[in-house]
Design a protein around this ligand. Structure first.
Ligand code: ZN
Length: 314
C-alpha cells in the first residue's frame, strides 16, 4: 500500500529487527571522570555534595553520557541499527524525534570506572499516528557494564516519522492568510500544577517542604536537599528584568521578530523566561521593573508575561 509521504512497512519487514544488537562490546570513550562530572553539575545547576570531593559518585542520570560516541561515532556499532534506519528512511519516515528515556541504576559510578556497553533493538512498533506525523517507534536498550558487572540500563525510544502536513495542526485561517499559532506547552505530571495555576491566573512557584527552597521552573525534586515533597507559593507578580535578548533571526512561525525575550527575576527570588510587553523591544533594559499579567495569546492559550512598570507606578 502506498501512503502519502511513505510506504507502509509490514510486520514481516520490521519484526526481524527486534532482538538484534545495535552495538556490541562497545567502550566508553572516557572512563568516568571528575571533569565531566563537574561540567555536568554546572550545566544542570546541581550542587549535591555527593558529586564532589574524594568520595564523589557520578550523577546517576549521566549514565548515557559515558556511552556517547560524539561526532566521531564509536567502535562496536552493529549493522542492524543502520539497516533499520535505512529501511525506515527508504519508506519515507525520514524525520526523527526522541520521545522518552528510562534508566535503571544498579550501583553508583565513580571516577576511574571504565565503561563498556551492549545495545539491542528491543522493539519496533506498528505504524502509529501522532500529532507530529505517522511513523514507527524504535526502542533500544543499552546495558552498561564496568568490568563485566551490569551497573545500569538505559532504554531509549525514538519516533521515525513522516511529518504531518504543516497546515493541519497549529494553524488557523486569518483574513485569507494562514496564521500560525504559538507552540503549545508540553504539560506533564511534573509541571501540570504550574499550568493549572496559569489557568487560574496565578503564577505558582514550587517550594520544597523539607528545606523550603523555592524553585522554578518546576522539577520533580529539590536541587538543594533532594527532597521530593513540595507545595507552592503564589508569586506576588512583582519582578525585574534580570537579563534579556532580542530575537532577530531565525524567524519562527507565530512570532514577529524582532522581539525581546526576558529572564525576569521575581520578587521571590526565582527567575522565569517570558516576554516583556507594553514597551518596544529596544526599550527593554536590565533592572527594569515589571509586573505579571496574563496574556490570552489565542483562544486556547494563556501565558504569563510581564508589563514594564512606569516610574512611580510601582
Ligand atoms: Zn529542599
Amino acid at each position: 500500500m502506498v501512503r502519502e509521504g511513505g510506504r507502509e512497512l509490514t510486520e514481516e519487514e520490521l519484526k526481524p529487527f527486534e532482538g538484534r544488537p545495535a552495538a556490541t562490546a562497545a567502550e566508553g570513550k572516557d572512563p568516568v571522570n571528575e571533569p565531566m562530572i563537574r561540567h555536568w553539575c554546572e550545566a544542570m545547576g546541581d550542587t549535591n555534595p555527593a558529586y564532589a570531593g574524594p568520595d564523589a559518585i557520578a550523577p546517576p542520570t549521566m549514565l548515557q553520557a559515558w556511552t556517547m560516541g560524539g561526532l566521531s561515532g564509536f567502535e562496536g556499532r552493529s549493522p542492524a541499527h543502520d539497516e533499520l534506519f535505512a529501511l525506515l528512511d527508504g519508506a519515507g519516515y525520514t524525520s526523527v524525534v526522541a520521545t522518552d528515556c528510562e534508566q535503571e541504576y544498579l550501583r553508583p559510578l565513580r571516577p576511574g570506572d571504565a565503561i563498556t556497553y551492549d545495545s539491542l533493538i528491543e522493539s519496533v512498533s506498528p505504524l502509529k499516528t501522532t500529532k507530529l506525523g505517522s511513523g514507527h517507534f524504535v526502542t533500544t536498550r543499552m546495558d552498561v557494564r564496568v568490568g563485566g558487572e551490569l551497573v545500569g540500563t538505559h532504554r531509549f525510544r525514538i519516533l521515525k516519522y513522516t511529518p504531518a502536513a504543516r497546515e493541519s495542526a497549529g494553524a488557523a485561517k486569518a483574513g485569507g492568510a494562514v496564521k500560525k499559532l504559538r507552540p503549545r506547552p508540553v504539560v506533564n505530571r511534573d509541571n501540570a500544577g504550574f499550568w493549572e495555576g496559569v489557568g487560574d491566573h496565578r503564577l505558582l512557584i514550587q517550594r520544597c517542604r523539607t528545606c523550603e527552597t523555592l524553585r522554578f521552573p518546576w522539577l520533580p525534586g529539590c536541587n538543594a536537599c533532594g527532597g521530593q515533597e513540595w507545595d507552592t507559593v503564589e508569586a506576588s507578580g512583582a519582578g525585574t528584568v534580570f537579563s534579556y535578548v532580542v530575537m532577530h533571526h531565525p524567524p519562527f512561525p507565530a512570532f514577529d521578530p524582532p522581539y525581546a525575550v526576558a529572564l525576569v527575576e521575581l520578587a521571590e527570588g526565582v527567575r522565569i523566561v517570558s516576554n516583556v510587553v507594553g514597551v518596544p523591544y529596544d526599550k527593554v533594559r536590565i533592572g527594569m521593573p515589571v509586573r505579571l499579567e496574563f496574556l490570552a495569546v489565542d483562544e486556547e492559550l494563556e501565558l504569563p508575561v510581564f508589563r514594564a512598570v512606569e516610574a512611580g507606578e510601582v
